[in-house]
Design a protein around this ligand. Sequence first.
Ligand SMILES: O=C(Cc1ccccc1)Nn1cnc2ccccc21
Length: 331
Amino acid sequence: ENGSAAAIPIDPRFDIAYVTPVTIGTPPQTLYLDFDTGSSDLWVFSSHTPESQVRGQRIYSPEKSSTAKLLAGHTWSILYGDGSGSLGNVYTDNFTVGGVTVTSQAVQTAQQVSYSFTSQSEIHGLVGLGFSTLNTVFPNGQLTFFDNAKSTLDSPVFTADLKWKKEGTYDFGFIDETKYTGEITYLPVQTDPGYWTFTSSGYAVGDGAFHPASIVGIADTGTSLTYLPAEVVTSYWGQVDGAVDSDYYGGYVFPCSSKLPSFTFGVGPANITIPASYINYAQITEGSPVCFGGLQSSSWLGVNIWGDVALKAAFVVFNGANPPTIGWAKK
Ligand SMILES: O=C(Cc1ccccc1)Nn1cnc2ccccc21
């Protein structure tokens, strides 16, 4: 059975993250979760999360679900690249998103969450859509929702149609031709260690010359911004008067009044252009004349990340066939 679900920005001012409604258990408990191709744990705020760490989030209570089963002796603990993290124990239960149901999905219940999760009341947990090799459940790693659902889908794919400051969609099992223009360019995916890793064929700043290059990076719906090699972001921000890479603000900032160039990245023989407006990410604080860039250096990360700033400029196909591929189309 195929499905389609909304990807809703959690903040109307800028696209920090997107959440998608899911139901867990019997009777169904509805939570809004961050679908994240950059990790592979499905975890939720729960009745096991200390009240001091819950601030407005909806919680999953397995004890109120007649279909919940404790996965005895299993625990999990995850640390994300931005330093946030969570840990807890594991149940299996019915899990439905956009009409696609997995009857025995591993649902990781949080017994601890870091402050950055406590502080974001609109995110009630995560659904990892990376490869299941990254799952942190011990002693037996669990399968992602997509890996469990794959065999019931018409096609082993899901697509991301994220939008700038608007609601987009995740589709499961089919490719909606009305959501993109032209052709989809498919690229090989490196599945080790478990991210959707692909190689971009280069970049251009604004209307400037295209620079052929091999930029290996991950397509990560769980990361807000896009982090690329220093030489790429330096040539981009070099075109913006007053832009500086600020230690104080932790990245490239620029005068909000600046006219930014667009940014184009190669996908095989094709390319995707990120409009300047997506790269004018946000004012440092409400009303500030200083703005934070959506394109940042990856040099301190050790990995290039095509986050939401890039993904929302395209229609992206995550093809879970063997071998997996990733498809990019304009829209
Ligand atoms: O952890 C990262 C990569 C990152 C972002 C920003 C700075 C350094 C590294 N993204 N991510 C992917 N899924 C996530 C889930 C929660 C938090 C971050 C998440």
